[in-house]
Ligand binder design. Structure first.
Ligand code: F6P
Length: 345
């Protein structure tokens, strides 16, 4: 006789469009496999504090298109407190959890991997609009964020042209510049600045001046929030850190804009896209990807392939080890960045 499993799901870290579609995918597949699903509330907080909700197909209706996460999310990390791990173990035992599907970014997945090392039966699903998780070509939420940023850049072009202004658009991207590169390219930005390539403010200003000399009086400069000036270029203030030890960013766009004004005299404005990139409905692409991730995660749990992460590679969903996926971030393809940088300036 096949004994049904009790699967649990959690969503950790920053939200991303498609999280609910993953949850729905997990629940539908698990139900077909004869398994039961619960969802821990607010990421690892729900595991530590034994807070969860039952999930079934009926309760997941409408989730395919819904932004955010019905489970809630935090960056709480069980390794931050002495008894965090014991509390998680107690919750697993009390509720008879046979597998945990942990949907998260680099911070949540690293923590999931540590729990796996302690013997917890975990499966990882990569989540981040930043698209920076290793061994998966794409994470859900990224395409939606790129669409939102691209649309915004398109709108900023017309106002920049009307006023002969430079507009600096700050997009998300803490360690990597995938959103900046894709949206900059898709939106026809003059310059794109990303964390992988520290920029020289003198070169930025020279490129804008050359453009103005050619009679193009407006420019769009896309800046990833983690972009950094080359040492000696100009000073940026010290940053603070979150619970996973990640740097808290925001503000580089304004700093770049004031440098441009100071050095060129061009009228410059800043737009920080911020959380609109993470909110709202997932695009069609992300609904498909997220559902597929969810279904494959439920299958991996049913097969007890613990310690694995679902990864999208060459048009297929495959499984990799979480430890390998979090070993190194996935950076922007240098050739693509070259294309994005040399086309317009
Ligand atoms: O993880 C994705 C991300 O969007 C980063 O680009 C950004 O730095 C971070 O989340 C900010 O999230 P929060 O303010 O929710 O911590």
């Amino acid at each position: 006789m096949i004994v049904p499993m009790k699967l649990a799901v959690l969503t950790g870290g920053g939200d991303a469009p498609g999280l609910n579609a993953v949850i729905r995918g997990v629940v539908r597949q698990a139900t077909q496999d004869g398994n039961e699903v619960i969802g821990f509330r607010d990421g690892w907080r729900g595991v530590m504090e034994d807070e969860w909700m039952a999930l079934d197909v009926e309760g997941c209706r409408g989730l395919l298109t819904r932004g955010g996460t019905i489970l809630g999310t935090t960056r709480l990390n069980p390794f931050m407190t002495e008894d965090g791990r014991d509390k998680c173990r107690a919750t697993f035992e009390k509720n008879g959890v046979d597998a945990l599907i942990s949907i998260g970014g680099e911070g949540t997945l690293s923590c999931t991997q540590e729990m796996h090392k302690l013997g917890f039966p975990v499966i990882g699903v990569p989540k981040t609009i930043d698209n920076d998780i290793g061994l998966t070509e794409m994470t859900f939420g990224f395409a939606t964020a790129v669409d939102i940023a691209t649309e915004a850049i398109g709108r900023l072009h017309t106002t920049a042209e009307s006023h002969d202004r430079v507009i600096v658009v700050e997009v998300m991207g803490r360690h990597v510049g995938h959103i900046a590169t894709w949206a900059g390219l898709a939106g026809g930005a003059t310059l794109t600045l990303i964390p992988e390539h520290p920029f020289d403010i003198v070169e930025v200003c020279d490129a804008l001046r050359r453009r103005h000399d050619r009679g193009k009086y407006s420019s769009i400069v896309v800046v990833a929030e983690g972009a950094k000036p080359r040492p000696g270029s100009f000073e940026i203030p010290d940053a603070s850190f979150d619970e996973f030890g990640h740097i808290k960013l925001g503000g580089i766009g304004e700093l770049v804009a004031s440098q441009i004004t100071e050095r060129t005299g061009f009228e410059t404005r800043t737009t920080v896209l911020g959380y609109v990139q993470r909110g709202g409905e997932p695009s069609a692409h992300d609904r498909v990807l997220a559902t597929w991730f969810g279904v494959e995660a439920a299958r991996a749990a049913d097969e007890k392939d613990f310690g694995s992460m679902i990864a999208y590679q060459c048009g297929e969903m495959t499984r990799v080890r979480i430890s390998d996926a979090v070993a190194e971030l996935k950076y922007v393809n240098p050739r693509l960045f070259e294309v994005a940088s040399t086309f317009f300036a």
